[in-house]
Design a protein around this ligand. Structure first.
Ligand code: ADP
Ligand code: MG
Length: 235
């Protein structure tokens, strides 16, 4: 459909999100407006507690805004119930987390296969799993368990898992936050490769100063307010 092809992949219109803890009301997102396009590699920086995770979770349908609208690939998320959001996530979105979130009782292969099983898309020995393990350089570790891997390797598995259903969007929340700088840099390089080779739109929240040099668009969220910087340098 013409309008879908040329419309932004992700649109946020006046999005706000509040959390009430006892007497205190925190504004985690405040009137956020943004248009993210196919192929964008977006970095989201800013202080801890600024609203980065809330932003990613709202875009990924893990959380819902209190005000405003999010349109994802032409579909308005606001009116969707949990089932519809789950189906949308399984089709369109891959998540990468700071603490990898692999299932410890499943092998590397099974962890990567899991989104296909959940979406009931699995063919016998889907070739995508092997291809992705090669892409992240872990083809020899297919039968290992997460506990047998280093942090950097675990995050590689998580990236393969996030890609296996060919999502249009990868949401990465501090993907290098639990890695040393050398492994962190390798993960950033890998995400850069994902951006070019899979044409996935990447939205990455990061504290990593090196992370800011990646990506073509740079946002900062502070006290729930999001601003876009024209260069990767943050004030
Ligand atoms: P960041 O990822 O930038 O560190 P968050 O999005 O996690 O920021 O948090 C933004 C603000 O919202 C913070 O003040 C945080 O304490 C608050 N917050 C986030 N999630 C919750 C929650 N589930 N309940 C209450 N407050 C929350
Ligand atoms: Mg966070």
């Amino acid at each position: 459909m013409l309008s879908e092809t040329f419309s932004p992949l992700i649109q946020l219109k006046a999005v706000s999100k509040f959390y009430q803890t006892g007497e205190t009301r925190v504004c985690a997102l405040s009137d956020v407006n943004a248009e993210l396009n196919r192929g964008d590699f977006v970095t989201v920086m800013g202080p801890s507690g600024g609203g980065k995770t809330t932003f990613l979770n709202c875009v990924g349908g893990l959380d819902t805004p209190d005000e405003g609208e999010i349109v994802l690939n032409g579909r308005l998320m606001s009116g969707m119930d949990d089932n519809a959001l789950t189906l949308l996530r399984r089709k369109e979105i891959g998540f990468v987390f700071q603490f990898f979130n692999l299932l410890p009782t499943l092998t590397v292969w099974e962890n990567v296969e899991l989104p296909l099983l959940l979406a009931q898309w699995k063919q016998q020995d889907d070739p995508r799993i092997q291809e992705l393990l090669e892409f992240v350089g872990l083809e020899t570790r297919a039968q290992s368990f997460p506990a047998e891997l280093s942090g950097g390797q675990m995050q590689r598995v998580a990236i393969a898992r996030a890609l296996v259903h060919r999502p249009s969007i990868i949401l990465a929340d501090e993907p290098t936050g639990n890695l040393d700088s050398e492994n962190g840099a390798k993960i950033l390089d890998l995400l850069n490769q994902v951006s070019t080779e899979f044409q996935a739109t990447i939205v990455m929240a990061t504290h990593n100063p090196l992370g800011a040099s990646y990506g073509n668009r740079h946002f900062e969220i502070r006290d729930g307010r999001m601003t876009e910087h024209t260069s990767s340098k943050q004030p």
